[in-house]
Design a protein around this ligand. Structure first.
Ligand SMILES: Cc1ncc(COP(=O)(O)O)c(C=O)c1O
Length: 403
């Protein structure tokens, strides 16, 4: 490490001086990880139930991932999309088998995956000669990313306001008002975009009633359905894709986060009908699906397919049981939401804030979203023992806050 920036205080000072201050960082410096644990610069250990916001799907320093990434780095990292390489097709094939959507477009983040979905939906209708079909219907409480397209479909006014005007043709409906789709989704709507479980908005799974209304609106008007599974997909919610749990059949799925297990990669998965509407040159990216990203994705998919999904179903049930117990004992928790290893505990804003701070002081990393929701996103290969440890810390904190 550069000596000048190796000390914790210096690290923070150098950032304060030279980095764009868009992040309100928590004042710890993390330097290494092992499984579900992170260590700071003073070698303090933390149980990581944030997973880099759902990215560290295999935990930290996963041996197979480390070996594969290092092996790939010594062979070939990147070639651009001008040429073939042996791995992109393999990842596409594996994702097709997992999702039932036969074609993939690779990019580098969740935001870009959403951006791709929006562009492909528009292109679909353009190809079909319906150039007026440009409106997107998104949901209140949604989060889809920060680029102009994805931000246009993101609901949070504080994120949107400073960057207006955004795409004008986005309408928002409340996910608690299924009837709203009857009027808002008309023949000018290109696509409805949903998060099957709204993540940043506070861990809200779509209700069966709303999902049925989405399905009905798509059938009635023929508009496309985009499922943003960037956070809830790829096992996080206990199943490969949560849209299938809701009986939804998306035309496009955006994924990211867990797929590279720490190596940046995102993808758009789509039906053949959508793919048929896209022509060479319509969209692209320099890095998308490079060898490093694809090699990491293959390690992740191997882990999920070889026992990972089965294990996480068990650990999900175990976590749910533990959280229900806490909610029964501590009235500070007013609701538990989510599925699988994507959980939100609703509290008052102050309690949520103190819970996160005090848990960190006791060595558990969790985070707060939508102001009052404590979010738990442990690595997908977390063990029951680690869940016990996390729940014990949470209980100590809740006990402390009671008095
Ligand atoms: C549902 C959803 N979509 C899109 C994004 C944006 O992904 P990224 O930050 O990787 O660009 C996120 C990030 O939290 C997300 O939760």
């Amino acid at each position: 490490m550069n000596e000048m920036v190796s000390h914790e205080r210096n690290i923070q000072e150098v950032e304060a001086e030279h980095l764009l201050q868009v992040y309100r960082r928590i004042p710890i410096v993390l330097t290494r990880g092992e499984g579900s644990y992170l260590y700071d610069i003073d070698d303090r250990k933390y149980l990581d139930f944030v997973s880099g916001l759902g990215v560290a799907s295999l935990g930290h320093s996963h041996q197979k991932l480390a070996t594969a990434v290092s092996d790939q780095a010594s062979r070939l990292l990147h070639t651009s999309n001008l040429y073939f390489h042996p791995l992109q097709g393999q990842v596409g094939q594996r994702l097709a088998a997992l999702s039932g959507l036969p074609r993939a477009f690779f990019c580098n983040s969740g935001t870009e995956a959403v951006e791709g979905c929006l562009k492909f939906a528009r292109r679909y209708w353009y190809t079909h000669g319906d150039t007026k079909r440009t409106r997107i219907v998104a949901l209140e409480r949604s989060f889809h990313g920060r680029t102009f397209g994805s931000l246009s479909a993101t609901w949070e006014p504080a994120y949107r306001q400073p960057f207006q005007p955004l795409l004008p043709e986005v309408s928002f409906v409340s996910p608690t008002d299924p009837q709203a789709l009857d009027t808002v989704v008309g023949p000018d709507v290109a696509a409805i975009i949903i998060e099957p479980i709204q993540g940043e908005g506070g861990i809200w799974p779509l209700t069966p009633e709303f999902s049925t209304a989405v399905d009905t609106a798509c059938s009635r008007t023929g508009c496309l359905l985009i499922a943003d599974e960037v956070q809830c997909g790829l096992g996080r919610a206990g199943v490969p894709f949560y849209s299938s749990t809701l009986d939804l059949k998306p035309d496009l799925i955006a994924i990211g986060k867990a797929l590279g297990a720490g190596v940046p990669v995102g993808a758009v998965l789509m039906t053949q009908a959508v793919a048929d509407a896209i022509a060479p040159g319509d969209h692209g990216t320099t890095y998308g699906g490079n060898l490093l990203a694809c090699r990491a994705a293959l390690v992740f998919l191997d882990a999920m397919e070889h026992g990972g999904l089965d294990q996480l179903k068990k650990t999900s049930a175990y976590l749910t049981k533990g959280l229900k117990y806490l909610a029964k004992r501590y009235p500070a928790i007013t609701d538990i939401r989510g599925a699988g290893l994507m959980r939100g505990l609703e509290m008052t804003t102050d309690t949520a804030l103190h819970t996160v701070e005090r848990a960190m002081a006791r060595g558990l990393l969790i985070n707060r979203t939508a102001g009052r929701v404590v979010r738990l996103l442990p690595p997908l290969n977390v063990s029951e023992q680690e869940i016990d440890e996390g729940l014990e810390i949470l209980e100590m904190v809740l006990e402390e806050l009671k008095s």
